[in-house]
Design a protein around this ligand. Structure first.
Ligand SMILES: O=P(O)(O)OC[C@H]1O[C@](O)(COP(=O)(O)O)[C@@H](O)[C@@H]1O
Ligand SMILES: [Mg+2]
Ligand SMILES: [Mg+2]
Length: 315
Protein backbone atom coordinates (compact mmCIF):
# COMPACT_ATOMS: atom_id res chain seq x y z
CA UNK A 1 0.00 0.00 0.00
CA UNK A 2 1.38 3.42 -1.00
CA UNK A 3 -0.04 6.31 0.99
CA UNK A 4 -0.27 9.85 -0.32
CA UNK A 5 2.49 10.97 2.04
CA UNK A 6 4.82 8.13 0.95
CA UNK A 7 4.10 8.90 -2.68
CA UNK A 8 4.67 12.64 -2.23
CA UNK A 9 7.99 12.00 -0.48
CA UNK A 10 9.14 9.98 -3.51
CA UNK A 11 8.32 12.73 -6.04
CA UNK A 12 10.97 15.07 -7.33
CA UNK A 13 9.05 18.18 -6.27
CA UNK A 14 9.83 20.74 -3.61
CA UNK A 15 8.73 19.47 -0.19
CA UNK A 16 6.94 22.80 0.35
CA UNK A 17 4.91 22.29 -2.81
CA UNK A 18 4.15 18.72 -1.75
CA UNK A 19 2.88 20.09 1.57
CA UNK A 20 0.22 22.08 -0.30
CA UNK A 21 -1.15 18.78 -1.66
CA UNK A 22 -1.15 17.35 1.87
CA UNK A 23 -3.11 20.37 3.06
CA UNK A 24 -5.70 20.01 0.31
CA UNK A 25 -5.99 16.26 1.00
CA UNK A 26 -6.68 16.95 4.67
CA UNK A 27 -9.28 19.59 3.79
CA UNK A 28 -10.92 17.17 1.35
CA UNK A 29 -11.11 14.37 3.91
CA UNK A 30 -12.80 16.76 6.33
CA UNK A 31 -15.26 17.99 3.68
CA UNK A 32 -16.09 14.35 2.80
CA UNK A 33 -16.96 13.68 6.45
CA UNK A 34 -19.09 16.83 6.70
CA UNK A 35 -21.01 15.97 3.51
CA UNK A 36 -21.68 12.44 4.77
CA UNK A 37 -22.90 13.78 8.11
CA UNK A 38 -25.13 16.34 6.35
CA UNK A 39 -26.71 13.58 4.26
CA UNK A 40 -27.35 11.47 7.36
CA UNK A 41 -29.06 14.36 9.12
CA UNK A 42 -30.98 15.26 5.95
CA UNK A 43 -29.50 18.75 5.88
CA UNK A 44 -27.88 19.09 2.51
CA UNK A 45 -29.60 22.30 1.39
CA UNK A 46 -29.04 24.58 4.32
CA UNK A 47 -28.64 27.96 2.67
CA UNK A 48 -30.80 30.56 4.37
CA UNK A 49 -32.21 28.11 6.95
CA UNK A 50 -32.00 28.28 10.73
CA UNK A 51 -31.06 25.41 13.01
CA UNK A 52 -32.83 24.23 16.15
CA UNK A 53 -31.02 26.85 18.23
CA UNK A 54 -32.38 29.51 15.88
CA UNK A 55 -28.92 30.19 14.43
CA UNK A 56 -28.45 30.85 10.75
CA UNK A 57 -27.01 27.83 9.04
CA UNK A 58 -24.49 28.01 6.30
CA UNK A 59 -24.69 26.44 2.89
CA UNK A 60 -22.33 23.52 2.42
CA UNK A 61 -20.44 25.56 -0.20
CA UNK A 62 -19.60 28.10 2.51
CA UNK A 63 -18.80 25.41 5.08
CA UNK A 64 -16.48 23.72 2.57
CA UNK A 65 -14.80 27.06 1.89
CA UNK A 66 -14.26 27.59 5.63
CA UNK A 67 -12.71 24.12 5.93
CA UNK A 68 -10.27 24.82 3.08
CA UNK A 69 -9.38 28.21 4.57
CA UNK A 70 -8.76 26.70 8.03
CA UNK A 71 -6.41 24.09 6.60
CA UNK A 72 -4.61 26.63 4.44
CA UNK A 73 -4.04 28.90 7.42
CA UNK A 74 -2.23 26.00 9.13
CA UNK A 75 0.27 25.68 6.27
CA UNK A 76 2.85 28.51 6.34
CA UNK A 77 3.81 27.78 2.73
CA UNK A 78 0.47 29.14 1.45
CA UNK A 79 0.01 32.91 1.48
CA UNK A 80 -3.00 33.50 -0.80
CA UNK A 81 -6.37 31.81 -1.20
CA UNK A 82 -8.67 32.57 -4.13
CA UNK A 83 -12.05 30.89 -3.78
CA UNK A 84 -15.32 30.77 -5.68
CA UNK A 85 -16.99 31.59 -2.37
CA UNK A 86 -14.94 34.73 -1.63
CA UNK A 87 -15.25 37.90 -3.68
CA UNK A 88 -11.71 38.97 -2.76
CA UNK A 89 -8.54 36.91 -2.36
CA UNK A 90 -7.45 36.15 1.21
CA UNK A 91 -3.87 37.26 1.91
CA UNK A 92 -2.30 35.42 4.82
CA UNK A 93 0.58 37.09 6.62
CA UNK A 94 3.38 34.59 6.28
CA UNK A 95 6.35 33.97 4.01
CA UNK A 96 4.47 31.36 1.99
CA UNK A 97 5.25 31.16 -1.71
CA UNK A 98 2.09 29.38 -2.88
CA UNK A 99 -1.33 30.55 -3.97
CA UNK A 100 -4.27 28.14 -3.93
CA UNK A 101 -7.33 28.83 -6.08
CA UNK A 102 -10.32 26.65 -5.28
CA UNK A 103 -13.88 25.75 -6.02
CA UNK A 104 -14.44 24.31 -2.54
CA UNK A 105 -17.67 22.55 -3.49
CA UNK A 106 -18.35 21.88 -7.13
CA UNK A 107 -21.71 20.57 -8.33
CA UNK A 108 -23.53 21.53 -5.15
CA UNK A 109 -26.94 21.24 -6.84
CA UNK A 110 -26.30 17.47 -6.69
CA UNK A 111 -26.06 17.40 -2.89
CA UNK A 112 -29.76 16.93 -2.26
CA UNK A 113 -29.81 13.81 -4.46
CA UNK A 114 -26.62 12.16 -3.15
CA UNK A 115 -24.76 12.43 -6.44
CA UNK A 116 -21.01 13.00 -6.65
CA UNK A 117 -19.71 16.50 -5.90
CA UNK A 118 -16.14 17.67 -5.43
CA UNK A 119 -13.45 20.17 -4.47
CA UNK A 120 -11.22 21.53 -7.25
CA UNK A 121 -7.92 23.36 -6.73
CA UNK A 122 -5.01 24.95 -8.53
CA UNK A 123 -1.55 25.77 -7.11
CA UNK A 124 0.41 28.78 -8.34
CA UNK A 125 3.50 30.72 -7.32
CA UNK A 126 2.06 33.51 -5.14
CA UNK A 127 5.00 35.79 -5.97
CA UNK A 128 3.90 35.94 -9.61
CA UNK A 129 0.55 37.55 -8.89
CA UNK A 130 -3.08 36.55 -9.04
CA UNK A 131 -3.62 36.59 -12.79
CA UNK A 132 -1.47 33.81 -14.23
CA UNK A 133 -2.41 31.52 -17.11
CA UNK A 134 -3.07 27.84 -16.41
CA UNK A 135 0.26 26.95 -18.03
CA UNK A 136 1.94 28.54 -14.98
CA UNK A 137 0.26 26.13 -12.54
CA UNK A 138 2.68 24.20 -10.32
CA UNK A 139 0.08 21.62 -9.42
CA UNK A 140 -3.63 20.95 -9.52
CA UNK A 141 -6.16 18.46 -8.31
CA UNK A 142 -9.64 17.63 -7.14
CA UNK A 143 -11.43 15.48 -4.63
CA UNK A 144 -14.51 13.63 -5.89
CA UNK A 145 -16.96 12.74 -3.12
CA UNK A 146 -18.68 9.68 -4.57
CA UNK A 147 -19.11 6.06 -3.42
CA UNK A 148 -15.47 6.53 -2.40
CA UNK A 149 -13.56 9.79 -2.03
CA UNK A 150 -10.99 10.07 -4.81
CA UNK A 151 -8.12 12.57 -4.70
CA UNK A 152 -6.66 13.16 -8.15
CA UNK A 153 -3.53 15.28 -8.47
CA UNK A 154 -0.80 16.40 -10.79
CA UNK A 155 2.46 18.33 -10.65
CA UNK A 156 2.60 18.38 -14.44
CA UNK A 157 4.19 15.31 -16.01
CA UNK A 158 1.56 12.76 -14.87
CA UNK A 159 -1.62 12.47 -12.82
CA UNK A 160 -2.26 10.04 -9.96
CA UNK A 161 -5.40 8.88 -8.14
CA UNK A 162 -5.65 8.26 -4.40
CA UNK A 163 -8.64 6.81 -2.57
CA UNK A 164 -9.62 7.54 1.02
CA UNK A 165 -9.61 4.31 3.05
CA UNK A 166 -11.53 3.43 6.24
CA UNK A 167 -8.68 4.78 8.36
CA UNK A 168 -8.91 8.21 6.76
CA UNK A 169 -5.71 7.70 4.74
CA UNK A 170 -5.41 8.41 1.02
CA UNK A 171 -3.89 5.37 -0.71
CA UNK A 172 -2.56 5.25 -4.26
CA UNK A 173 -5.02 3.49 -6.58
CA UNK A 174 -3.81 4.64 -10.03
CA UNK A 175 -0.23 5.80 -10.48
CA UNK A 176 -0.35 7.18 -14.01
CA UNK A 177 -3.71 8.15 -15.43
CA UNK A 178 -4.00 7.81 -19.20
CA UNK A 179 -7.04 9.27 -20.96
CA UNK A 180 -7.77 7.10 -24.03
CA UNK A 181 -7.05 9.07 -27.22
CA UNK A 182 -10.31 7.92 -28.80
CA UNK A 183 -13.70 7.73 -27.13
CA UNK A 184 -17.40 7.50 -27.94
CA UNK A 185 -18.83 9.35 -24.95
CA UNK A 186 -19.58 13.07 -24.72
CA UNK A 187 -20.87 15.29 -21.92
CA UNK A 188 -22.77 18.50 -22.60
CA UNK A 189 -25.98 20.08 -21.30
CA UNK A 190 -28.14 19.45 -24.39
CA UNK A 191 -31.00 21.51 -22.94
CA UNK A 192 -28.96 24.51 -24.11
CA UNK A 193 -28.79 23.36 -27.73
CA UNK A 194 -30.80 26.29 -29.07
CA UNK A 195 -28.19 28.64 -27.55
CA UNK A 196 -25.10 26.90 -28.98
CA UNK A 197 -22.76 28.25 -31.62
CA UNK A 198 -22.44 26.51 -35.01
CA UNK A 199 -19.26 24.62 -34.04
CA UNK A 200 -20.88 23.02 -31.00
CA UNK A 201 -24.06 22.26 -32.95
CA UNK A 202 -22.02 20.69 -35.75
CA UNK A 203 -19.86 18.54 -33.47
CA UNK A 204 -22.78 17.24 -31.40
CA UNK A 205 -24.93 16.59 -34.51
CA UNK A 206 -22.16 14.35 -35.85
CA UNK A 207 -22.12 12.40 -32.59
CA UNK A 208 -25.91 12.07 -32.55
CA UNK A 209 -25.77 10.72 -36.12
CA UNK A 210 -23.58 7.92 -34.75
CA UNK A 211 -22.56 5.20 -37.20
CA UNK A 212 -24.68 6.84 -39.91
CA UNK A 213 -22.72 10.13 -39.68
CA UNK A 214 -19.17 11.24 -40.51
CA UNK A 215 -17.79 10.03 -37.16
CA UNK A 216 -18.75 6.50 -38.24
CA UNK A 217 -19.42 5.24 -34.73
CA UNK A 218 -22.20 5.28 -32.16
CA UNK A 219 -21.84 7.71 -29.22
CA UNK A 220 -23.33 7.83 -25.74
CA UNK A 221 -24.08 11.03 -23.82
CA UNK A 222 -23.52 11.47 -20.06
CA UNK A 223 -24.14 14.69 -18.09
CA UNK A 224 -23.91 14.59 -14.32
CA UNK A 225 -24.13 18.34 -13.76
CA UNK A 226 -21.08 18.20 -11.53
CA UNK A 227 -17.88 19.02 -13.39
CA UNK A 228 -15.78 16.97 -11.00
CA UNK A 229 -17.86 13.86 -11.62
CA UNK A 230 -17.94 14.33 -15.39
CA UNK A 231 -14.19 15.00 -15.58
CA UNK A 232 -13.41 12.08 -13.25
CA UNK A 233 -15.28 9.71 -15.58
CA UNK A 234 -13.37 11.13 -18.55
CA UNK A 235 -9.99 10.77 -16.78
CA UNK A 236 -10.78 7.16 -15.89
CA UNK A 237 -12.22 5.92 -19.20
CA UNK A 238 -12.10 8.70 -21.80
CA UNK A 239 -14.68 11.02 -23.30
CA UNK A 240 -15.16 14.74 -23.78
CA UNK A 241 -16.70 17.45 -21.60
CA UNK A 242 -18.07 20.64 -23.18
CA UNK A 243 -19.34 23.81 -21.55
CA UNK A 244 -19.03 26.12 -24.55
CA UNK A 245 -19.71 29.80 -24.95
CA UNK A 246 -23.37 30.13 -25.94
CA UNK A 247 -25.69 33.01 -26.73
CA UNK A 248 -26.84 33.22 -23.11
CA UNK A 249 -23.52 32.91 -21.23
CA UNK A 250 -21.40 34.80 -23.81
CA UNK A 251 -21.81 38.12 -22.02
CA UNK A 252 -20.21 36.57 -18.92
CA UNK A 253 -17.48 34.81 -20.91
CA UNK A 254 -18.89 31.30 -20.40
CA UNK A 255 -20.19 29.29 -17.46
CA UNK A 256 -17.19 27.79 -15.72
CA UNK A 257 -14.50 29.69 -13.85
CA UNK A 258 -11.00 29.79 -15.30
CA UNK A 259 -8.82 29.89 -12.17
CA UNK A 260 -10.44 27.12 -10.15
CA UNK A 261 -12.47 25.03 -12.60
CA UNK A 262 -11.07 25.28 -16.14
CA UNK A 263 -7.34 25.55 -15.37
CA UNK A 264 -6.92 22.76 -12.82
CA UNK A 265 -9.06 20.35 -14.84
CA UNK A 266 -7.21 21.26 -18.06
CA UNK A 267 -3.86 20.63 -16.33
CA UNK A 268 -5.00 17.22 -15.05
CA UNK A 269 -6.35 16.21 -18.45
CA UNK A 270 -3.10 17.33 -20.16
CA UNK A 271 -1.04 15.36 -17.61
CA UNK A 272 -3.12 12.28 -18.48
CA UNK A 273 -2.51 12.72 -22.22
CA UNK A 274 -5.73 14.52 -23.13
CA UNK A 275 -6.34 18.04 -24.43
CA UNK A 276 -8.37 21.16 -23.73
CA UNK A 277 -9.66 24.11 -25.71
CA UNK A 278 -11.86 27.15 -25.36
CA UNK A 279 -12.64 26.70 -29.05
CA UNK A 280 -9.98 29.29 -29.87
CA UNK A 281 -6.95 28.27 -27.79
CA UNK A 282 -5.87 25.85 -25.09
CA UNK A 283 -7.64 26.63 -21.81
CA UNK A 284 -4.14 26.69 -20.26
CA UNK A 285 -3.07 29.62 -22.47
CA UNK A 286 -5.85 32.02 -21.46
CA UNK A 287 -4.36 34.97 -19.55
CA UNK A 288 -6.88 35.97 -16.88
CA UNK A 289 -7.98 39.54 -16.31
CA UNK A 290 -10.09 38.76 -13.23
CA UNK A 291 -9.79 36.10 -10.51
CA UNK A 292 -13.39 34.99 -11.03
CA UNK A 293 -13.21 35.09 -14.84
CA UNK A 294 -15.34 32.60 -16.73
CA UNK A 295 -14.17 30.66 -19.75
CA UNK A 296 -15.56 28.22 -22.32
CA UNK A 297 -14.23 24.74 -21.50
CA UNK A 298 -13.86 21.72 -23.77
CA UNK A 299 -11.57 18.94 -22.54
CA UNK A 300 -10.93 15.22 -22.66
CA UNK A 301 -9.82 12.58 -25.16
CA UNK A 302 -7.40 14.12 -27.68
CA UNK A 303 -9.22 12.89 -30.82
CA UNK A 304 -12.54 14.32 -29.69
CA UNK A 305 -11.05 17.68 -28.67
CA UNK A 306 -9.32 17.82 -32.07
CA UNK A 307 -12.71 17.38 -33.79
CA UNK A 308 -14.14 20.29 -31.79
CA UNK A 309 -11.10 22.45 -32.61
CA UNK A 310 -11.59 21.60 -36.31
CA UNK A 311 -15.23 22.69 -36.10
CA UNK A 312 -14.23 26.02 -34.56
CA UNK A 313 -11.52 26.51 -37.22
CA UNK A 314 -14.10 26.20 -40.01
CA UNK A 315 -16.99 27.99 -38.24
O1 LIG B 1 -26.55 23.73 -14.70
P1 LIG B 1 -25.72 23.06 -15.73
O2 LIG B 1 -25.79 23.74 -17.08
O3 LIG B 1 -26.00 21.58 -15.84
O4 LIG B 1 -24.19 23.28 -15.27
C1 LIG B 1 -23.50 22.34 -14.55
C2 LIG B 1 -22.11 22.84 -14.28
O5 LIG B 1 -22.15 23.86 -13.29
C3 LIG B 1 -21.35 23.51 -12.18
O6 LIG B 1 -22.16 22.90 -11.25
C4 LIG B 1 -20.72 24.77 -11.62
O7 LIG B 1 -20.05 24.55 -10.39
P2 LIG B 1 -20.60 25.01 -8.92
O8 LIG B 1 -21.52 23.97 -8.41
O9 LIG B 1 -19.31 25.08 -8.17
O10 LIG B 1 -21.24 26.37 -9.11
C5 LIG B 1 -20.37 22.47 -12.75
O11 LIG B 1 -19.95 21.58 -11.77
C6 LIG B 1 -21.23 21.76 -13.77
O12 LIG B 1 -20.49 21.18 -14.79
MG1 LIG C 1 -17.97 24.50 -9.72
MG1 LIG D 1 -18.71 25.62 -6.24
Amino acid sequence: MTTLSNWLAAQSVDAKLASVMTTMAAASAEIAAVLRQSAISGQTGLAGHTNVQGEDQKALDVISNDIVLNHIRQNPEISILVSEELDEPVHIENQGTYLVATDPLDGSSNLDVNVTVGTIFSILDARKGLLQPGSAQLGAGYAAYGPATSFVITFGPSAAVFTLNDDGVFVLTTEKLAVPKASAEYAINTARERLWDDATKGYVAENVAGETGPAGKRYNMRWIGSMVADVHRILMRGGIFLYPLDSENAAKGGRLRLLYEGNPMAMLVAAAGGASTTGQQSVLDVVPTDIHQRVPVVLGSADEVARVVAWYAQA
